[in-house]
Design a protein around this ligand. Sequence first.
Ligand SMILES: [Zn+2]
Length: 143
Amino acid sequence: MPDSARNTPIAPDRAAISATQLALRGMRNHCPRCDTKPLFRRYLKPVERCAGCGQDWTLHQADDFPAYIAIFISGHLLAPLLIAVGSRELLPMGVLALIAIVGALVLTIALLQPAKGAVIALQYHWKMHGFAAETAAGERPRD
Ligand SMILES: [Zn+2]
């Protein structure tokens, strides 16, 4: 993913770190700002404030986007497998349906938290939604 925000005027703590690095921190359940404390206190519930740097993580508006990302990736991983196995009639249709259902559930559940962490980190990096109010005077928030 290209880092298109590098040339924009952003706060020094965000400018020093690329969008990709921030997204990777969020995907690993690390605070995108300080990378020392967890971003989530429960499966999909971010901490209100980071215990390491004090960043307010209630300002995000990830909404349904992480679910769309998880479903998109799960579908693109499962579809080729199911098509390959199904077209060669290697397994009975019931077993194939079971693999599809269980595979979709497991992959989606496994991908939801990393996707949400990345979305929150990118919203923080690009000062979207509640993070826009944190901009220093004179900076124009980006949406
Ligand atoms: Zn932190």
